[in-house]
Design a protein around this ligand. Structure first.
Ligand code: MG
Length: 345
């Protein structure tokens, strides 16, 4: 199997801010795996928070190159996932890049879309939310209004500033009729989070994601037990192995390919969450369609979807699954994950 690796610096459409900081350029790595004349495309959107960078992804791929060169079966996804988990366990975005490219290759080899290869129901995929990053209140209101004009009816609003209520009020006033979700990205302590939850519930917020620091499961549990809206664990629930630990401290867990290490580990985490009675939000980082499109094929297994990572970029060398009005158009995919280079892009 032939591997080719490309690094990209992709500017974001707007400066994208969360509680931890601001991104204006997303470092992305895309890969192509070619076998018997068929090419599968995948990608990594590495996150420094989880210990990866574009450089580390490229380095790990270089280490894997000779092993990948020896691979001869595009349908060995389970075996490859296990091998990568053993050999590069601390490089989840890198594993995700290989996993998504191999899945695209395997489904293209069969001439079917990935979701059909897995027997999943495209009509079961929830609509995606669109994320409104932290900015001045008027700017956030304007971004929300624009997203709703473009057809989105679910917004995820980032919080974790010195004045979240002014910002959230501005967004709510600008788009009174849409579903809002709020993500504090670890910014609050338990007392502040508990104080915020009733206020958020009163404004019809659907759920609150990661109110407290990732490692403080006791704080998460306190907020969950007190809150009148569902609490979602993202940074506190990285892989399937974390699900049991947070199972009585939240109602929803966020699954991302770039956290857990690819499609197989994501399926494992989704099933672990459901087995514990939790709902699943399928999310993403700032990513190219090269890795967003494969994630879309898991959406039928999720209860909520936030796969807008490529929509937040100003440019993307790849097209993926179309998202008219936030609906994942899986049925339009003819083969593989639907990723293809943008023509004349
Ligand atoms: Mg989150």
């Amino acid at each position: 199997m032939k591997l080719s690796v490309t690094r990209h610096d992709l500017p974001t459409a707007n400066p994208f801010s969360i509680a931890r900081g601001t991104t204006t350029t997303a470092g992305i790595v895309t890969i192509e795996l070619t076998h018997d004349g068929t090419t599968g495309i995948g990608g990594a959107g590495p996150s420094a928070y989880y210990g990866e960078t574009v450089d580390s992804v490229v380095d790990v791929l270089a280490d894997l190159r000779s092993a990948i060169h020896g691979w001869d079966d595009p349908h060995a996804g389970q075996h490859v996932a296990r091998t990568l988990a053993d050999e590069v366990s601390d490089a989840p975005a890198t594993r995700a890049a290989v996993s998504t490219a191999l899945a695209d290759l395997a489904a293209r080899d069969l001439g079917v879309p990935l979701y059909r290869q897995w027997g999943l129901d495209p009509d079961a995929a929830p609509r995606t939310s669109y994320t409104v990053g932290i900015a001045e209140p008027e700017r956030m209101a304007e971004n929300a209004r624009q997203a709703v004009e473009e057809g989105f009816d679910i917004l995820k609003v980032k919080a974790g500033t010195d004045d979240d209520r002014t910002r959230l009020r501005a967004v709510r006033d600008a788009v009174p009729d849409v579903t809002l979700r709020v993500d504090a990205n670890c910014a609050w302590d338990a007392d502040e989070a508990i104080e915020q939850t009733q206020w958020l519930a009163d404004r019809g917020v659907e759920f609150l994601e990661q109110p407290v620091p990732a490692d403080d499961i006791e704080a998460l549990r306190r907020v969950h037990e007190d809150a009148s809206l569902p609490i979602c664990a993202d940074e506190s629930c990285v892989t399937a192995a974390d699900v049991a630990r947070v199972a009585d401290a939240c109602g929803v867990v966020t699954v991302k390919l770039m956290k857990c290490g690819g499609l197989w580990p994501a399926i494992e985490q989704i099933h672990a969450a459901h087995a514990h009675g939790l709902d699943v939000l399928l999310g993403c980082m700032l990513e190219s369609n090269a890795s967003i499109a494969p994630a879309c094929h898991l959406a039928p297994l999720a209860d909520y979807v936030d796969l807008d990572g490529a929509l937040l970029l100003a440019t993307d060398p790849y097209e993926g699954v179309a998202m008219p009005d936030g609906r994942l158009a899986l049925s339009d995919v003819r083969a593989g994950t639907g990723v293809r280079p943008v023509r004349n892009g």
